[in-house]
Design a protein around this ligand. Structure first.
Ligand SMILES: [Zn+2]
Ligand SMILES: [Zn+2]
Length: 358
């Protein structure tokens, strides 16, 4: 085992090429993980189809479950729970490895670390090629937040932890109270479904989810939404559910401008809008700033997450994955060699997640 295959994206839309790289010798603090599986996130597709810029050539894939196969030194290493890590442990790790001492790390924003290594987003560099999930191995650099997975969490459930689940854990952090509060979830993809389930598990009993797709609306109900409707019906249901006042919290998880505008209209005075879906450039939108001021609105942008959110994500899945059909969301597994077919399938709206299993 001294070489590892990876699917390399060189910037040509929708094309990846299998390449083999030498497995680097590990520095102290580094870990080598054998990739067990990686699911394809919507943002992998945005990168692959050049809707947003990523440095190329690169190995995409950041929703990864791996198994520890080597450590860079014999010093003990611990996960975020303080558990000592061993060879053979099944783990997930944070999408951003951070330095802990730069401007943003010191300001409680490690996900924007100035010296970050971001898995699935790094240009190939000599000795640092294996930093994405669509490969046989992944090098975990120093500063990576690792969590050992409880054995009971199935692979299908565990894979999206380090992107979708942890992002939703971060997005829900501003909520201080769930009971008696109303939530609007815009979008019933992986993020929206996870948001419905997490809010429900924390005691929210007024969750309205909107999505254009009827199949996804069905799923939203299974994931804890009290109602799931077409966006065109939003104002009618807002009137009915909130006495016309609007939702306490709205979560924009689609990235569509029209969805953000809908959230502005449907959120109550003094309410909070969390924007976590818009992760690729779109046209500017116009709105009257006075509406934000006079309505005392809070608008929060959430991109990526801190180590504590990854831990919260694993804890949430461990406690709740049987209560919601998370295990059914990965509809198909492919081999690394047939990753092109996996990407084709991932583009279908009916497939919430498709993955690569090694
Ligand atoms: Zn992602
Ligand atoms: Zn930093």
């Amino acid at each position: 085992m001294n070489r590892s295959s990876a699917a390399v994206f060189s910037g040509i839309p929708s094309k990846v090429e299998q390449q083999s790289f030498e497995i680097p010798s590990l520095a102290p603090g580094e870990v080598l993980a054998k990739v067990i599986a990686s699911t394809i996130c919507g943002s992998d597709l945005h990168s692959l189809e050049c809707r947003r810029k990523v440095p190329t050539p690169t190995v995409l894939g950041h929703e990864i479950v791996g198994e520890i196969v080597a450590f860079g030194s014999s010093d003990p290493m611990f996960d975020l729970n303080g558990t000592a890590l061993s060879i053979g442990d099944r783990i997930v790790w944070g999408v951003v490895a951070n330095c802990g001492r730069c401007f943003y790390c010191e300001r409680d924003l490690p996900q924007k670390c100035e010296n970050a290594v971001k898995y699935g987003h790094e240009p190939l560099r000599p000795g640092k090629e294996l930093l994405g999930g669509f490969a046989e191995h992944c090098l975990l650099v120093r500063g990576t937040s690792i969590v050992r997975l409880p054995e009971e969490i199935p692979l299908e459930v565990a894979c999206p932890t380090s992107c979708a689940t942890a992002t939703i854990a971060a997005a829900l952090k501003p909520i201080t109270r769930y009971e008696g509060r109303s939530m609007l979830i815009l979008g019933a993809g992986m993020l929206g479904l996870t948001a419905c389930a997490m809010a429900k598990s924390r005691g929210c009993d007024s969750i309205l989810c909107i999505d254009l797709d009827p199949q996804r609306r069905e799923l939203a109900l299974a994931f804890g939404a009290n109602r799931a409707i077409h966006p065109a019906e939003l104002s009618e249901h807002t009137r009915e559910l909130t006495d016309g006042k609007g939702f306490d919290y709205s979560f924009e998880l689609t990235g569509a401008n029209s969805s953000f505008v809908a959230a502005l209209d449907a959120t109550r005075m003094g309410g909070t809008i969390v924007s976590a879906g818009a992760v690729f450039p779109s046209d500017p939108i116009g709105f009257v700033v006075e509406r934000i001021t006079r309505r005392n609105l809070t608008i929060i942008g959430i991109h990526n997450y801190a180590p504590s959110d990854l831990l919260a994500a694993v804890e949430f899945l461990d406690a709740n994955h049987r209560s919601f059909p998370f295990a059914t969301l990965v509809t198909k597994w492919y081999t690394l060699a047939s990753i092109a077919n996996a990407f084709n399938d991932a583009r279908e709206k009916a497939n919430i997640r498709v993955g690569i299993k090694l």
